[in-house]
Ligand binder design. Structure first.
Ligand code: AMP
Ligand code: MG
Length: 496
């Protein structure tokens, strides 16, 4: 058997999904296939050979049980009781040779009962973007969904012109340019440790279907947190996983862009790379998403938003925590209280590692905050600053001087930092946690523009660069520079 399916969601959670028959695309073709991930999952050569037909809907691999998952979600703070897989489906679960179980999930696969007004489709650019971002995050050590493949559907999909062009230019288009263009249709084969979201629980909680809610919670515990003995323990495990995840994002300057509760996983993996991006100049107010007018999901707000999302999960789980409502609320609040300390400890841990700090000194957080304040004042590139600091320890200050103009203020900070480090040899250790390469927005756009016209070489080169983010090597400078002024302000779009 070429895919070792064992579909626990379909088997155990009858009534929590809708069985789905994927439509066949006319002329599917594999654009890119993730051999390293396939090997990890024990997928043999037959899977790659059949990728276009299986994932393009022309045939189903043996053992698949396609289904569309029900979920709800708070989107930009407002509750939508019915979202669900509207352009995606779960093909089945693969059991890897190491025993790990993952979802094989297809995005851009066509309409389902959950599609509402949408066409159920995705286009090549955003799908390749999600592939790239997942691989970059994985290489950076961040828990994430990953892509197994991108398949072109052979269709052209109409999308507003403004979406692609404004995304590139970062500015509003003149009215005359608003229209539709036909973009290459594509689908993403996504691998996740599951697709359970906060929104999955909200769906059944909103319907007061406590039986399904209980089955879902039991399923989530067994699948992700077998040590959790009840719904409160499940909540605690998710609180910890999400707190650590967002602390990791923050340490890397990652902006998710659309932290709705339907994009907040129970496993603690990053999911749904739509309008996400890495910030270049450090600024807590950094927002990339075109639809985030009020900066709800700005870089600096992410820790608070994750806590808000977890409070929505706690609310959904209330009926399972205790029969008496006020007792349930007290329990939920006690568990949510773990978030702050867990986040703070994880964030400080990452920042200590980034600055090469051994052990724990009382002033470490102040040292970090001081540096960030100087970076903000100077508009210093977040990623480059930490590599330049390692070079500073090697006696090479040029990098820092290109980032900071107020050398007196910089020197004051450096004096404290050097004093805290003493004579510890930390430069190489710092380079091992501070990426040299992140998927810089202008490089991503350049690669996607070429890919849409049929040239995948820049995409493959960028993918190779972000897949080895810590190692300096010949030719890598092309990927480490901030965007040229002419690139303008980056704006990203989701749902495209
Ligand atoms: P996303 O922005 O991909 O996280 O999706 C949010 C919700 O909108 C989910 O319920 C999706 O299934 C739905 N959705 C997004 N794009 C489409 C589309 N083109 N057609 C149908 N549903 C969509
Ligand atoms: Mg989503």
């Amino acid at each position: 058997m070429s895919i070792a399916f064992d579909n626990s969601y379909a088997r155990d959670l009858d009534g929590l999904y809708v069985a789905y028959e994927p439509p066949a695309f006319p002329d599917p073709a594999t654009v890119i296939y993730n051999q390293a991930l396939a090997d990890e999952l024990g997928l043999d050569a037959e899977v790659e050979a059949h990728a276009a037909t299986w994932f393009g809907g022309q045939a189903q691999p043996e053992g698949a049980s396609p289904l569309a998952m029900a979920y709800a979600g708070h989107q930009f703070g407002g509750f939508n009781p019915q979202l669900g897989d509207g352009r995606a489906y779960l093909m089945g679960e693969v059991v890897a040779p190491d025993g790990r179980r993952v979802d094989l999930h297809l995005k851009g696969s066509g309409r389902t009962v959950f599609s509402r007004g949408g066409d159920g489709k995705a286009t090549l650019g955003p799908v390749l973007r999600e592939y790239l971002m997942g691989e970059a995050m994985h290489a950076l050590g961040v828990p994430t969904t990953r892509a197994l493949a991108v398949v072109r559907t052979g269709e052209r999909v109409p999308r507003p012109t403004s979406v692609r062009l404004a995304a590139r230019k970062g500015e509003a288009l003149p009215d005359a340019m608003h229209g539709h263009e036909a973009l290459p249709g594509a689908l993403l084969v996504r691998v996740a440790s599951s697709h359970l979201r906060v929104g999955t629980f909200e769906f059944f909680a909103a319907r007061r279907d406590h039986d399904k809610l209980q089955r879902l919670a039991d399923y989530a515990r067994a699948r992700h947190y077998p040590e959790a003995e009840d719904a409160a323990e499940l909540l605690r495990a998710v609180v910890h996983a999400q707190a650590k995840l967002v602390a990791h994002w923050m340490s890397l300057g990652f902006v998710h862009g659309v932290m709705n509760t339907d994009n907040c996983t129970i496993s603690g993996e990053t999911i749904d790379y739509g309008p996400c991006a890495f910030m270049d100049a450090y600024d807590p107010q950094t927002v990339f998403s075109s639809i985030d007018q009020h900066g709800r999901y700005a870089y600096g707000r992410q820790p608070g938003i994750a806590a808000w999302n977890l409070a929505r999960l706690a609310e959904a789980l209330l009926p399972l925590l205790a029969d008496d409502e006020s007792a349930a609320i007290a329990q939920a609040e006690a568990v949510l209280g773990d978030y702050g300390p867990t986040y703070n400890a994880a964030f400080l841990g990452h920042m200590r590692a980034k600055l090469g700090l051994d052990g724990e000194a009382e002033d470490d957080l102040a040292l970090v905050a001081d540096l960030l304040e100087r970076m903000l004042a100077e508009g210093a590139d977040y990623t480059r600053t930490f590599r330049a600091l390692a070079d500073e320890r090697r006696g090479k200050r040029l990098g820092l001087l290109s980032l900071f103009s107020d050398t007196a203020a910089l020197d004051a900070w450096l004096t404290c930092w050097h004093a805290r480090l003493g004579d510890a040899d930390v430069a190489d250790r710092m380079d091992a946690v501070n990426p040299l390469v992140i998927p810089r927005n202008h490089k991503v756009e350049e690669a996607l523009d070429a890919a849409i016209t049929g040239d995948l070489d820049p995409f493959r080169a960028l993918l190779a660069a972000v897949s080895d983010p810590f190692t300096a090597r010949p030719g890598i400078d092309a990927y480490t520079q901030p965007a040229p002024e002419s690139f303008g302000r980056m704006v990203t779009f989701c749902g495209t």
